[in-house]
Design a protein. Structure first.
Length: 489
């Protein structure tokens, strides 16, 4: 009788552990003893719990094509199946005389002539295998629940942190100083309210933070994932539930919540709706009732706006989009500074930056010294506890005190890293944008114009026929500079 050797492992790690070669050797020796002719050897790395078992299906297809009975030789029941899902298919092939299943460890052969006792042993083997899977799942869940209680993160550390193997064999998470500085700066920039995911990504690359922990460039998507991850404020998200973790946070809860509020506010403005290019859709509120001002296209090319009048307080009146745009454009002239003003601002910021840089480096050195002192105290504390010089209660109390002090100093140290020339780069970018803002807006496409509206302006309010709005910072300051013809006293 022809035979197929079926050797399977669930994962790549088991495959690397030589599990498959040892299975093949045992099964081949068994086939020889049973006078079976080995026709094919299937070495499979595939979980038996998957709904679609592609490699298993190939074996079944091979058996179905055969014109004679095939002996399927496998190590044990759980190598072939871990649930009853495959049993009807295998049993049908058995009844048709197309397959004879040999389970080596159980010493069991299932064939067309198998009696009820042998079939029961097969079913029992599948049942125990299925039960083992469920017990393993229970153990994993209990382990995960314990990790949550202990504040342990069991997955890959997020950007700004790194997974570290301890001498004891356990694993923990520590701050990656360079990445942490980038993550902190990302939160600070977005909290300002006038930066997008893309502009922040560009800014980070300009500062030298060119890659993520996986070796990829910092992109707008990277920034978005960082800003929405509560891990940085000391909370880990497990199955959409937040739990405190034991690792040092990079930012305060206040800053994280401010960023979430900014994200929510920015996402209120849709880029496009129902395929209609309504430029101001979602931007403008009615000054009378506070309701939304909606837009519509008339005669397939003219865009008009009016209050939605959901509170039944307003009289329906339509305003041309061109009229609203005519209100917007002069604001761009208000923020276009002279070359002398731009040069003076850059020089002023550069002077302040150099002073801040010197002060920051001094503070950084002092913080490093304090951190080293705390680390020495921790080492001495551990030695004293091992020697029995101090009791357990005192040890735990001082340990917690030193850990909190170390965390505080580490957070301070993170604030000094990775921010050199950040303010100067930002100032130059903003000033250059302001100089050409009007032309950029007029020549931009529809989606880009909407982004620029949200970037430069806020609080759009339609009062009768007048559109009121406010420039965002720092453009509001530039407007005042133009009015006063000075930029500082």
């Amino acid at each position: 009788m022809k035979a197929i050797i079926f050797a399977r492992v669930s994962s790549k790690e088991q495959e690397d552990g030589q599990s498959i070669p040892s299975q093949v050797r045992r099964l081949t020796e068994y086939a020889i003893k049973k006078n079976l002719t080995v026709e094919s050897i299937f070495q499979i790395t595939e979980s038996s719990l998957k709904k679609n078992r592609k490699e298993f299906d190939k074996v079944i297809a091979h058996i179905k094509k055969s014109k004679e009975t095939i002996a399927l030789v496998t190590d044990t029941v759980d190598r072939l199946q871990r649930s009853f899902r495959e049993t009807p298919l295998l049993d049908e092939l058995r009844k048709e005389g197309k397959i004879e299943i040999h389970f080596l460890r159980e010493g069991l052969i299932i064939s067309k002539s198998s009696n009820s006792s042998e079939l029961l042993r097969w079913d029992v083997g599948v049942m125990f295998s299925s039960s083992s899977v469920r017990q393993s799942g229970d153990n994993v869940r209990r382990s995960q629940e314990q990790c949550i209680k202990n504040g342990q993160w069991i997955s890959k550390a997020p950007y700004g942190y790194k997974n570290v193997a301890l001498p004891s064999g356990q694993r923990t998470i520590e701050i990656d100083q360079e990445q942490a500085a980038c993550a902190i700066k990302i939160f600070e920039l977005y909290a300002e309210g006038n930066n997008s995911y893309q502009t922040i990504a560009d800014r980070m690359r300009a500062l030298g933070f060119a890659t993520t922990s996986r070796g990829k460039s910092v992109t707008a998507r990277t920034v978005e994932l960082i800003l929405n991850n509560p891990f940085y404020m000391g909370m880990m998200c497990v199955k959409e539930q937040l739990y405190p973790h034991k690792y040092p946070p990079l930012i305060s809860e206040w800053l994280f919540n401010k960023v979430q509020a900014t994200i929510a506010n920015n996402h209120k403005v849709p880029i496009q709706y129902a395929g209609k290019p309504i430029l101001f859709r979602g931007f403008i509120r009615c000054g009378r009732c506070g309701g939304t001002v909606c837009g519509d296209i008339k005669k397939q090319k003219y865009v008009y706006y009016s209050c939605h009048n959901s509170k039944r307080m307003c009289i329906k009146k339509w305003f041309k989009e061109e009229t609203l745009l005519a209100t917007i454009l002069p604001y761009f002239d208000d923020i276009c500074l002279t070359d002398e003003q731009v040069a003076e601002i850059v020089a002023y910021i550069q002077d302040n930056e150099e002073q801040s840089h010197t002060s920051a480096r001094q503070m950084e050195q002092q913080t490093v010294q304090k951190l080293n002192t705390v680390q020495e105290r921790l080492s001495k504390l551990v030695d004293m506890h091992i020697d029995g010089t101090i009791d357990g209660t005192t040890y735990n109390m001082k340990l917690e005190e030193y850990k909190k002090e170390k965390q505080k100093l580490t957070e301070q140290l993170n604030g000094y890293k990775g921010i050199d020339k950040a303010d100067l780069i930002a100032a130059r970018d903003v000033l250059e944008l302001a100089q050409e803002a009007k032309e950029i807006f007029k020549s931009s496409k529809f989606e880009e114009k909407q982004q620029l509206l949200g970037f430069f302006f806020s609080n759009f309010t339609l009062n009768d026929e007048k559109l009121d709005l406010e420039l965002r910072e720092p453009f509001r300051v530039m407007q005042k500079m133009q009015d006063q013809h000075v930029w500082r006293g």
